[in-house]
Design a protein around this ligand. Structure first.
Ligand code: FES
Ligand SMILES: [Fe+2]
Length: 342
């Protein structure tokens, strides 16, 4: 099993799952998800008979039908009909296929591959659809593992290079960061962070207010960046990572913000700008991963300015996320202060 297999992962946006089955892959496992009249379901994408993909089949009311010989399965993976056999013929249980947990929440279809999920539901996206808040979503494919994607989303020093002038400008301004471990991950909080002279900040920031900025890792596969300028101006960027394979990650980003009363107007340019900026990260990580393949194995070096990756790695390698591990996650309440330049 893969790291974090007991957790929920986004399979697709809810509107993508219509009346046709959908083929998805999570942790290299091919899965078919489908919507019947009453519910959604996730099954192994392989008919028990001759292993045709059920995702190429169709929905027959509460069942999915294989395209090859028409076997029908219910949402539990139990075979319910074999068209070549008389209806009174008893169907053996070894004809059933594997079922996975699935549910819909916050406009996404989520799947958990373990028999017992870590939590009954995934964590909700904060303020999504709340009054006074505006949001948009992005889906981005990275050819990089989850831990490297998470570090990228939570790391400030790369922004002055990869997103130079768009998000940060290299001015070597002193900033103090406080890193704390939490019950479900770790957070970096920036103290007296100066305003940037960059495109995003010109458009979105607010002058003469006390800025609060936190970057949070939520184990095992979520990052959350939070900028609070005032009661009226607040941005939350949550990235939920789904492992497609060892080195491929689908990132579902939800950007929720409160800019009263012009949220809809801000979204007009904030959405395309965010897509442009995340593509800069895609390019950088593709370049990095291609280089890692040229030198194997990798041997990263760390400095105090690498705030969160050490905790991301410890968490993901702990017994909370990895069934083959004996080590516990980092204890809650560790705190250290880092002086850095941004
Ligand atoms: S392969 Fe599915 S019914 Fe034969
Ligand atoms: Fe970035």
């Amino acid at each position: 099993m893969f790291i974090g297999h007991r957790y929920w992962y986004i399979a697709c946006r809810s509107p993508e799952l219509k009346h046709k089955p959908l083929s998805i892959t999570i942790a290299s496992i091919p899965i078919v998800i489908f919507r019947t009249v009453n519910k959604i379901a996730a099954l192994e994408d392989r008919c028990a008979h001759r292993h045709a993909p059920l995702s190429a089949g169709k929905i027959c009311q509460e069942h999915i039908q294989c395209p090859y010989h028409g076997w029908q399965y219910d949402t539990e993976g139990t075979v319910k009909k074999i068209p070549a056999l008389p209806p009174d013929c008893k169907l053996a249980s070894n004809l059933n296929i594997k079922k996975y947990h699935s549910l819909e929440q916050d406009g996404y279809v989520w799947v958990c591959l373990a028999d017992t999920p870590a939590t009954p539901q995934p964590e909700k996206f904060p303020y999504l659809d709340a009054p006074g808040w505006t949001s948009f979503r992005m889906k981005t494919r990275f050819l990089a593992p989850i831990d490297i994607c998470l570090e990228n989303f939570l790391d400030c020093p790369h922004a002055t290079f990869v997103h130079r002038f768009w998000f940060r400008t290299p001015k070597a301004k002193p900033v103090k960061a406080i890193v704390k471990t939490l019950e479900d991950g770790a957070v970096a909080e920036y103290i007296e962070e100066p305003r940037e002279s960059a495109v995003v900040w010109w458009l979105l920031s607010q002058k003469n207010t006390q800025l609060q900025h936190t970057d949070r890792f939520i184990a095992p596969s979520t990052s959350r960046v939070d900028y609070i300028f005032s009661d009226q101006r607040h941005y939350i960027i949550t990235s939920s990572c789904t492992p497609i394979g060892d080195r491929t990650t689908e990132v579902h980003t939800v950007i929720t913000f409160r800019v009263q009363p012009i949220g809809w107007f801000i979204k007009l340019f904030f959405a395309p700008l965010s897509r442009f900026i995340i593509q800069q990260d895609v390019k950088m990580l593709n370049l990095q991963q291609a280089n890692i393949k040229r030198f194997s194995p990798s041997n990263y070096k760390f400095t105090p300015a690498d705030l969160l990756l050490p905790y991301i790695l410890k968490w993901r390698q702990s017994n909370q996320c990895n069934e083959n591990s004996d080590s516990p996650p980092p204890p809650t309440g560790i705190e250290h202060h880092v002086n850095m330049l941004l």
